[in-house]
Design a protein around this ligand. Structure first.
Ligand code: FAD
Length: 461
């Protein structure tokens, strides 16, 4: 049934959505349904012309999945909306306008709005450390994942030819900073890939020399899943050959090393930073209340305080869950749920029906992570699940949330093929680092400590 809308503003009402991630693209999809048959104009602006399914991003780095498996053109969602492929330059909340620059030819223009939806996600936070920012890889975008993949394979190619033992060991040391979901998932993916690829293809590399090291500022890893599952995850990743250095931070880096907070220098050719996020500078610059990591403080209707025509959601929004007094975490599930609410509240606002505004009241059902081949941990409604069942749940849940049938088929096939065929070691595209100097620093009390803690049996599935 087509809904009839009578808007507060008799002229055409314009909704502008900034960002095409989980939050923005789901507001777009829901709002199109809500406003079907009305003459509301909906436009989504994003610097990427695709939606990226981030939970499977680490699997791009390991070659388990391909870029096109986890990306969907935003235009496929635009049934009755406009898409603007542009980078947002500034947001003027007083004049209700947004400046953008076209990606292709850098032409600038201004988009006006009546209602604005801020869904610009988050950016990596290097805590002001320029060297780490320069020398580390990150795992946030598709380009990041492809860059890691190309780099890791190039390192193997180089190490296979290297006859200098110290330099070869340096090449084969991969440091991942961050013991949260992104850090653990990328470390376990590349660990598995490196060991498989080396055994199969790189005859001059002893797989025992591969050292994947997670540096965690906390006592363990994956604090979100609680102490018991966190301990299980820590023991498991150590058994799979990953060294975990806890209660330690990375404080500096160069192209051939990482410096840790206990003054250990780790010579390496690969540093991956998953050590924290902050908001986009555009969001940080908005003159309104900011919360944790610069996120925008919103009311329970997901509107900015003092700006009822501006909604914010997803990673860039700061909303306190009143039931347990903590800020909703930056997860895809939360972004999707908030998108449903924002589209309904847009209807309430636009029709002037304030009494039907709904509050965000979501009970987070749980968290899940993969921690190695066919192994995971999951905390669902307080129930602790570990090992294969948790991994299977993770895969089923995220597979079911892929946005189109085409993506589900592609991902399903690629997962199936990975059971039959060995790791793909082809590099395509760019390689970030080309040179590496030999760092002859003696090794590294912290790492040796961590090795001592590593149980001897390897049961990486
Ligand atoms: C490696 C990794 C693994 C993850 N795994 C999980 C998981 O297993 N489960 C889970 O729930 N969550 C996971 N997350 C977190 C999840 O991805 C985020 O919480 C979610 O993407 C937030 O959605 P969002 O729409 O707020 O932001 P995003 O999805 O980041 O979308 C932001 C959008 O804004 C656009 N944008 C940003 N700046 C500009 C600009 N200046 N101009 C134009 N466009 C711009 C971007 O292109 C993008 O389209 C993971 C994240 C990463 C990085």
């Amino acid at each position: 049934m087509i809904r009839k809308f009578s808007t507060k503003n008799p002229a055409k009402t314009r909704i502008l959505i900034l960002g095409g991630g989980f939050a923005g693209s789901n507001v777009l999809r829901e709002a199109q349904k809500q406003f079907k048959g009305s003459d509301i104009e909906i436009t989504l602006v994003s610097q990427d012309n695709f939606f990226l399914f981030t939970p499977m991003l680490p699997e791009i780095s390991s070659g388990m999945l391909h870029a096109s498996d986890i990306t969907t053109p935003i235009r496929t969602f635009c049934k009755a909306a406009n898409f603007c492929h542009a980078k947002i330059l500034s947001i003027d909340v007083e004049n209700k306008s947004v400046s953008v620059i076209r990606i292709f030819d850098q032409k600038e223009s201004v988009l006006e709005y009546d209602y604005l939806v801020l869904a610009l996600g988050s950016k990596d936070n290097f805590f002001g450390n320029n060297n780490i920012e320069e020398f580390a890889f990150t795992i946030k975008t598709l380009e990041d994942a492809i860059a890691i993949r190309n780099h890791v394979i190039s390192v193997l190619e180089c190490a296979d030819q290297e006859r200098d033992q110290i330099l070869q060991e340096q090449l084969l040391r991969f440091v991942v900073v961050g013991g949260g979901f992104a850090g653990v998932e990328i470390a376990t993916e590349i660990n598995h890939f490196l060991r498989d690829a080396t055994k199969k293809y790189y005859k001059n590399i002893d797989p025992e020399k591969i050292r994947v090291i997670i540096v965690s500022a906390r006592d363990g890893i994956l604090p979100e899943v609680g102490d018991e599952l966190g301990k299980f995850a820590l023991d498991y990743v150590r058994k799979s050959g990953i060294e975990v250095i806890t209660n330690t931070k990375a404080v500096d880096a160069g192209e051939d090393h990482v410096l840790l907070s206990d003054n250990t220098i780790v010579p390496c050719a690969t540093l991956i930073w998953a050590g924290g996020v902050t908001v986009d500078p555009l969001i940080a610059a908005l003159k309104c209340e900011h919360g944790q990591s610069g996120r925008l403080v919103v009311d329970s209707y997901l509107r900015l305080k003092d700006y009822p025509s501006i909604f914010a959601l997803g990673d860039c929004a700061n909303l306190v869950d009143s039931k347990n007094n903590i800020v909703y975490p930056t997860t895809a599930q939360i972004a999707i749920k908030q998108a449903e609410l924002v589209s309904e509240n847009l209807v309430a606002e636009i029709t002037g029906n304030e009494s039907s505004l709904k509050q965000f009241d979501y009970h987070n059902k749980g968290v899940m992570a993969t921690i190695g081949k066919r192994t995971g941990v999951a905390l669902l409604n307080g129930k602790k699940i570990r090992g294969f069942p948790a991994w299977f749940l993770w895969r089923s849940f995220y597979w079911a949330h892929l946005p189109t049938r085409e993506k589900k088929i592609k991902v399903g096939f690629d997962w199936l093929l990975s059971l039959i065929f060995p790791a793909d070691i082809m590099t395509v595209g760019f390689i970030k680092k080309k040179t590496l100097s030999r760092l002859e620093t003696p090794i590294y009390s912290a790492i040796e400590r961590s090795i001592d803690q590593t149980p001897s049996v390897s049961s990486y599935l």
